[in-house]
Design a protein around this ligand. Structure first.
Ligand code: BDR
Ligand code: CA
Length: 305
């Protein structure tokens, strides 16, 4: 397997998804950061801290600070200023120079034969790459956590990553990237709760209690932990590292750009006779196996570098 490239807006579930890829042994060529869950400086700070604590051995790159069109909307109303849910924050990162820019590095990755992209946030960086190098974009395979065929989470109809940058979603679709979309519905099949937090807290390693604190804040997003909390980005990571844990079916995918109530909605035409499929849409996820991969990824990170 060639190395994979990860793009992320580094919330807690992004961090867990990256930890799953690391624990799987799949090599990572680079991690590019994008504004989404938080403004870009906070996304970068959290990624640098995570890389330092958990010994991530791949380079980090700075990407887009705002969507292709319009102003950035963040999930600050859920995550607060430190970009992580609940009261637990990651420590501030060690001092260091600014991150290099993502675009030249992602182009080098693709020119060198890299094909696999895992996108865990708004698609702005991937769209910037597709606009700069449409020739390379055509050959890429993208697994993206985003979109919602039905009920949204950021709005009634739109999933957060799609809602932050709908134009980027459509650019990536139109560029002919082979897209595997892991939307909200399959992710809602894979849940965790406070019992899983207690299991993590009991794992060995210098970072077990920090990660358990972050995970507790995440679980408490769902009715203060009294309801199961869905895993999002980890389901997309599972589709990369254990492809048979997520089922996909072909369909025509587009993103609504102008609806008064539906901007950012991913519109899926399942009737192949009406429109030729251009994407693979996740329909089902193996909850038990993905939960085990998620817990295993965090337990691996807990041990540190
Ligand atoms: C997505 O939004 C973000 O807050 C999560 O990290 C995930 O990528 C879920 O809608
Ligand atoms: Ca994310």
């Amino acid at each position: 397997l060639t190395p994979a490239w990860i793009d992320s807006d580094m919330g807690f579930d992004d961090l867990a998804a990256v930890a799953m890829v690391v624990a799987s042994g799949r090599r990572v060529a680079g991690l590019s950061l994008v504004a989404g869950n938080s403004p870009l400086p906070r996304v970068i700070a959290n990624a640098r801290t995570a890389a330092d604590l958990f010994g991530w051995d791949f380079p980090l790159y700075g990407g887009a600070a705002r969507p292709l069109v319009g102003d950035l909307v963040t999930a600050g109303y859920v995550l607060g200023d430190n970009g992580m849910p609940g009261g637990t924050a990651l420590p501030e990162p060690p001092a260091g120079p600014d991150l290099p820019a993502m675009l030249p590095a992602l182009i080098r990755f693709a020119e060198g034969g890299g094909r696999d992209l895992l996108a865990l946030g708004p698609l702005t960086n991937i769209a910037v790459f597709a606009l700069a190098r449409p020739d390379l974009a055509q050959g890429m395979r993208l697994i993206w956590m985003g979109g919602a065929p039905g009920r949204g989470n950021h709005t009634a109809t739109a999933e957060f990553n799609a809602a932050v940058d709908p134009e980027a979603v459509q650019v990536v679709i139109d560029a002919g990237v082979t897209i595997r979309m892991v939307g909200l519905d399959p992710c809602r099949q894979v849940t965790v709760g406070l019992d899983d937090v207690r299991l993590l807290a009991g794992r060995a390693g210098p970072h077990a209690s920090l990660l358990a604190g972050l995970m507790e804040g995440y679980c408490r997003i769902a009715a203060d932990g009294t309801r199961p909390m869905a895993l999002y980005d980890p389901v997309a990571a599972a589709a990369l590292v254990a492809p048979d844990t997520v089922s996909f079916a072909p369909a025509r995918l587009d993103c609504e750009l102008s609806g008064r109530l539906t901007r950012g909605m991913t519109v899926i035409e399942w009737r192949a006779a009406k429109a030729a499929p251009n994407a693979l849409i996740a329909t089902d996820a193996d909850a038990e196996r993905i939960r085990a991969l998620f817990m295993g990824g965090l337990a691996h990170a807990a041990k540190g570098k």
